[in-house]
Design a protein. Structure first.
Length: 139
């Protein structure tokens, strides 16, 4: 195309803004599709955070977005503070990452607990076909 040849091997702020806008639209369309929404849905910040956690991207979540999603107050950065005024706090991104970790990995025991019992309780055998046949028989 003619316009491609005009812009080939050139970098301008306008091209950068177009590329960023196209990337943003593409990411939001992927998020909508993965979460089961249509293209007209406006993705909210909690939905975006949930999508990032689901796709193991919680570590790249910006601090400001994590604070907003967790409803934490904005971090106030003062130009001049005394050392005694510094209060340690946990980063919002670390809270999101901790919550995103798998809580428990379950293993299925191949042997049932009944195999270790002296006299296991009997399990009731249910056969729908046989039950229907019995109910259809005259007394």
């Amino acid at each position: 195309w003619h316009c491609d040849n005009l812009l080939r091997e050139q970098f301008t702020e306008r091209l950068k803004s177009i590329a960023v806008e196209n990337t943003t639209k593409w990411v939001l369309s992927v998020v909508c599709r993965d979460l089961g929404f249509d293209d007209m849905h406006a993705v909210t910040l909690p939905e975006l955070c949930w999508w990032m956690v689901r796709n193991n991207l919680a570590e790249v979540l910006p601090e400001s977005a994590a604070r907003k999603a967790l409803r934490m107050p904005k971090a106030i950065v003062q130009s001049a503070t005394r050392e005694s005024e510094i209060v340690p706090s946990v980063l919002a991104t670390s809270i999101v990452q901790d919550k995103a970790k798998k809580v428990l990995a379950l293993r299925v025991d191949p042997e049932s607990p009944e195999s270790f019992m002296l006299r296991p309780k009997r399990r009731r055998w249910v056969n729908e076909r046989y039950t229907r046949w019995v109910k259809s028989q005259p007394c």
